[in-house]
Design a protein around this ligand. Structure first.
Ligand code: MEV
Length: 325
């Protein structure tokens, strides 16, 4: 019987395909080196205790039978809902104390919610010897995301579980690893926190008014992703850059661009990036640029446009056990 397990899971960066992936199309996503860790300690009593210092939450406690019911603390909601789903599906005896340590801030929109959920499910699975495989961790974590935000493709959950670089279709219909050696992307944060659900809603409203046009845009984004998959496999950076620029145009047409994001994208292109685009829901958060031979110049240009460069490595490993006692 295990007493303590420490697991970690990566954040994510969308390469191509956001928004369209919510509606049955594919996307390309890579896991990033920034990780969230959960230390899970077994408790005799059927309670879940949560400490999440990065969101100022200490000493939160609920009985297992009450998880997900009544008032759910904002800082605890991801772990509490994940634990509620775990204990409902696997009614093991006892409880657990879960403590988070984060390498990165939720504000960047780089997938901290999905990686904390995946860490919670994986740590509980290992602590109680349930032995969930990757697909089961994905399914339970994705269900948790839908319970909390009602919408989302699950691409961020897949990145946290499987790691690497993935070709992903909504809801995990396809989760295909793409073997790559390098991915010379630069990430720039706009300084503006965006709300994914609001942006998905906003695009959905547009799709109600202009269904033919918006569905056509989704189909074009899907074609960009299919081409992008080949470009990534062949390390054809010129092609990937073109495809990122096409994708940026379509994201603008969906109405999720902002002046700040455009300024950063254009600054990157003017400084020699092969391609640049919004990464994620838009409205704020991050852009991603594909470095030409000019990484330093592109980074300085993004900073000059008001962005903050976030140093991340791509293609990071998925959820893993760091320590087990
Ligand atoms: C948000 O990072 C990306 C979206 O496609 C939402 C999702 O796929 O869950 C807008």
């Amino acid at each position: 019987m295990k007493h303590e397990v420490i697991v970690s899971a990566p954040g994510k960066l969308m390469i191509l395909g956001e928004h369209a992936v919510v509606y049955g199309r594919p996307c390309l996503v890579t896991a990033i080196s920034q990780r969230i860790k959960i230390r899970a300690v077994r408790l005799k009593q059927p309670v879940v205790k949560i400490d999440a210092p990065d969101v100022n939450l200490l000493g939160y406690e609920k009985r297992v039978a009450e998880l997900g019911k009544g008032a759910v603390n904002k800082g605890a909601k991801f772990i509490e809902t994940a634990a509620a789903n775990f204990f409902e599906k696997y009614p093991v005896a006892g409880g657990a104390k879960l403590e988070t340590v984060s390498d990165f801030f939720p504000k960047f929109g780089l997938g901290s919610s999905s990686s904390v959920i995946v860490c919670a499910i994986k740590s509980l699975s290992d602590l109680f010897d349930v032995g969930l495989d990757s697909r089961e961790i994905f399914d339970l974590s994705y269900r948790t995301i839908l319970d909390i935000q009602g919408k989302g493709s699950g691409f961020d959950v897949a990145a946290a579980v499987y790691g690497g670089t993935l070709y992903f279709v909504s809801g995990g219909k396809i989760i295909e690893p793409i073997a790559i050696e390098t991915l010379p992307l630069i990430v720039g944060y706009s300084g503006v926190k965006a709300d994914t659900v609001t942006l998905i809603e906003q695009v959905a409203q547009k799709a109600k008014i202009y269904p033919r046009i918006i569905n056509g845009v989704y189909d074009q984004i899907a074609a960009i992703v299919e081409n992008g998959k080949i470009a990534l496999k062949n390390e054809n950076w010129d092609a990937l850059g073109d495809l990122m620029n096409f994708n940026q145009g379509y994201l603008e047409s969906l109405g999720v661009g902002t002046k700040k994001l455009s300024d950063m994208v254009w600054a990157a292109i003017d400084a020699g990036a092969r391609g640049a685009k919004i990464s994620g829901a838009g409205g704020g958060d991050c852009i991603v640029a594909l470095a030409g031979g000019t990484r330093a110049a592109v980074e300085s240009a993004i900073e000059a446009a008001g962005g903050e460069i976030i140093k991340v490595e791509m293609n990071a490993p998925g959820v893993k056990v760091e320590q087990c006692v």
